[in-house]
Design a protein around this ligand. Structure first.
Ligand code: BJ8
Length: 382
């Protein structure tokens, strides 16, 4: 595994550091909206002077509590997130004034009903296709979210303000993409473990300008190091792309293990990767049309059909010079699980190796996953 820098901040450390920033923000009277998904347009939340608190949980700790109300055979991300809310043990949930959910998968959609009993949970009605009618309806959802926030906070949100936030978030997307696309360099200049951890950690820094400065500095540092020490050197390590469900809760079990076994994770087709960042919001369009268009194009498997994800994976295989794809499915995530049929087809048609791992947040399958990863990497000849 490529070496981590001395000042590397783990995900847990970044999450903890964010608690203090959020406490400070709340004490100054700041607004906080909790979210679970990249389909929720942060630009509108920010235009309501609210910071978006990421609530997708990555720990198995609150799952037993969640299972007192939710079925056991449910996605661990949903159970863990709900478990934190139920046990009141997540400071980000605690500090949230309002939760904004979305109708992505059935599990989340129904859990939001239960969550609403704990804290007000407003649900955006996401259409599951990209037709003209869906776009129109999703635009209506953008406007309704703005009206909800105006009503909830007793404020007015202008289109000018939303425009400003669109520009700022586009700048952030560019900076984050620049960092993630370091993975296109060959040999790999940075471990995939660091790429993913840093990206998730940034979500707990609520100052977008600062997020950009931090990530641009690290991008520059890594690139310069690569120019000096790696450029032109032969690469014997398999280059792997990760796709599928959000992987923060299984990063140590899968991504770290892949890299310790001698491969490099170079790209991420997932929400804590490039998925939401590849398409900026069109700054020349009226704001609600632009936001609806951008946010309906996110390649999540809840969309049907979702051919654009397959096209993106094909592009990634080329651009990242990948040898194989590992698809991570969180237990009981039916949309990704079913769509994995097409992902496998897309990857193997290009002559690349494919492995699907279905798992949860427990450690019980760690050994078995290690064995499967080892066998998978042996099939890739370099
Ligand atoms: S845009 S990936 S963050 S929905 S919660 S769908 S893993 S069963 S998280 Fe997601 Fe938004 Fe899509 Fe991204 Fe499956 Fe679990 Fe549902 Fe999940």
């Amino acid at each position: 595994m490529l070496k981590l820098p001395d000042n590397f901040e783990s995900y847990a450390e970044a999450r903890k550091a964010g608690f203090l920033r959020m406490k400070d923000w709340k004490e100054k009277g700041g607004n906080v909206v909790g979210i679970f998904c990249t389909f929720v347009p942060e630009e509108i939340l920010r235009a309501a002077d609210a910071v978006a608190a990421p609530l997708c949980a990555t720990s198995e700790e609150p799952i037993p509590a969640a299972e007192t109300k939710l079925p056991r055979n449910l996605c661990p991300l949903i159970k863990a997130s709900y478990g934190f809310a139920l046990t009141d043990t997540c400071p980000y949930f605690y500090f949230s004034d309002l939760i904004v959910g979305e109708t992505t998968c059935d599990g989340k959609r129904k859990t939001f009903e239960l969550m609403n009993e704990i804290k007000e949970t407003y649900v955006m009605q996401l259409p599951h296709s990209r037709s003209e009618a869906a776009l129109e309806s999703w635009k209506g959802e953008m406007i309704r979210l703005k009206e909800k926030l105006e009503d909830f906070y007793g404020i007015e949100i202008s289109e000018e303000r939303i425009k400003k936030e669109i520009q700022l978030r586009n700048r952030e997307r560019k900076a984050l993409l620049g960092f993630l696309e370091l993975g296109k360099l060959n040999p790999a200049p940075i471990s995939g473990y660091e790429l993913g951890t840093r990206l998730d950690g940034l979500g707990f820094n609520f100052d977008i300008e600062d997020r950009c400065a931090v990530i641009e500095a690290r991008t520059k540092e890594v690139y310069e190091d690569w120019k000096q020490n790696f450029e032109g050197k032969p690469n014997k390590r398999p280059r792997i792309i990760i796709t599928g469900c959000p992987n923060s809760g299984v990063r140590d079990k899968i991504i770290k293990t892949v890299e310790e076994l001698g491969a490099d994770v170079v790209g991420f087709d997932c929400c804590n990767g490039t998925r939401e960042k590849v398409e900026p919001v069109d700054e020349s369009m009226p704001v609600y049309d632009a936001l609806a268009k951008k946010y309906l194009n996110i390649n999540c498997s809840v969309m049907s059909p979702n051919d654009s994800r397959m096209r993106y994976i094909e592009e990634m295989l080329e651009e990242y010079q990948a040898d194989g794809v590992i698809e991570i499915i969180l237990q009981a995530c039916h949309t990704y699980n079913i769509e994995s049929h097409y992902v496998k087809e897309t990857v193997t048609n290009k002559g690349k190796a494919y492995l699907m791992i279905e798992t949860d947040y427990s450690q019980s399958d760690k050994g078995q996953i290690g064995t499967r990863l080892e066998a998978f990497l042996e099939t890739i000849e370099k």
